[in-house]
Design a protein around this ligand. Sequence first.
Ligand code: FAD
Length: 358
Amino acid sequence: MQEIDYLIVGSGIAGLCIAECLHSEHASILIINQPLSGEASIVSSGLINPITGKRFVKSWNYHEIEKTFLAFYSNLEDKLQIKFLSELQLIETLHSAEEENQWLSRTADPEYMDYMGVLTAEKIPGFRKEELTVYGRINKAYRVDVELLLSTWMDYFRKQECFREELFDYNEIQIKSNSIHYKAMRINKSIIFCEGYRLVHNPYFNWLPLFSLKGECLQFYCDHLLQDHIFKSTYAIVPKGKHRFWCGSNFELDQMELNCTNIEMENQLNFVKNLVEAPIEIINHAFGIRPAIKDRRPVLGKHPENSRLIVFGGLGTKGFSIAPYCAIALKDHLVHSKPLPKSTDIGRFLKKHYQNHS
Ligand SMILES: Cc1cc2nc3c(=O)[nH]c(=O)nc-3n(C[C@H](O)[C@H](O)[C@H](O)COP(=O)(O)OP(=O)(O)OC[C@H]3O[C@@H](n4cnc5c(N)ncnc54)[C@H](O)[C@@H]3O)c2cc1C
């Protein structure tokens, strides 16, 4: 019988980050993943934007989160011998005098000075500009090369014989007093569910206040567009290297139809054609479903009755920045019995959601 410490279900950014943390603690792990329609990490642009929303607010716990992902990704680049994280400037289009005022008041705040630059009306090379358009520059934005990172990381775990392509079947779980079994495998510690939006189908965790945000994106080639900044207006245009660009995305609440739509494809295509001066060639149009939680924070921790069943979910729109922080906190909780940060702890939902559900 195969014996391992942790079984990890899902190899999106959540599953791979927790696998990395546990593997570096010398725990024996196995990742089970089946590429399923709607998976989010692989279609994402990997953009990390410190300042978001119409009011230009710094992302949740950003100081801590930035410090953590910079160290985590830098160690990972050394280990995997690839360069997947780039710091880029983000150019944000401001749409009204109110947004301009909001921007100006933020730039006067010492908390924001490092991140938000002066307003400019200068044309951005390669992009059409209306006469009155004003841009703000966001410094210290990053882009993760998602395809390179995920494929190299999964290959690494495959070579370590820690990765299997397979659909996880909840009916095959047997909970015993000192261990948990899955099919013919004995798991000494826990099963960690990192299933993205598919957590809604998980009989152990579907009581959580989950919701999903579907998004579509368009990839295109353009020989004449520069690769050195991210452009943001109604949609973002993110450079992907080798003259490839990613455009997206919309947010469709609880829209579970597993396909792309003609209407969104047209919206994005019109956006790109109206904005980009040079001809473009479409590579593909794709969709994914962001896994979110009603209070917009991730969810980590043990099942209230089966403490060997663990959840790592709800990464929402910011998976690539917050996954390393969450994975380290979850590893510290599981291996070193440290408490989870309160705002991520599954315990916050027990009273209202678990007790009402059972
Ligand atoms: C269009 C779009 C653009 C985005 N852009 C950004 C961005 O620029 N920056 C950013 O930080 N975030 C972005 N996001 C959000 C980000 O992608 C998510 O927060 C993150 O990818 C969620 O990761 P995850 O590992 O939880 O889920 P997923 O990436 O969905 O991974 C879950 C994996 O588990 C597998 N799985 C599920 N159930 C089972 C099972 N029973 N058996 C086996 N395998 C299973 C799935 O197939 C999948 O591979 C974007 C999302 C979308 C949809």
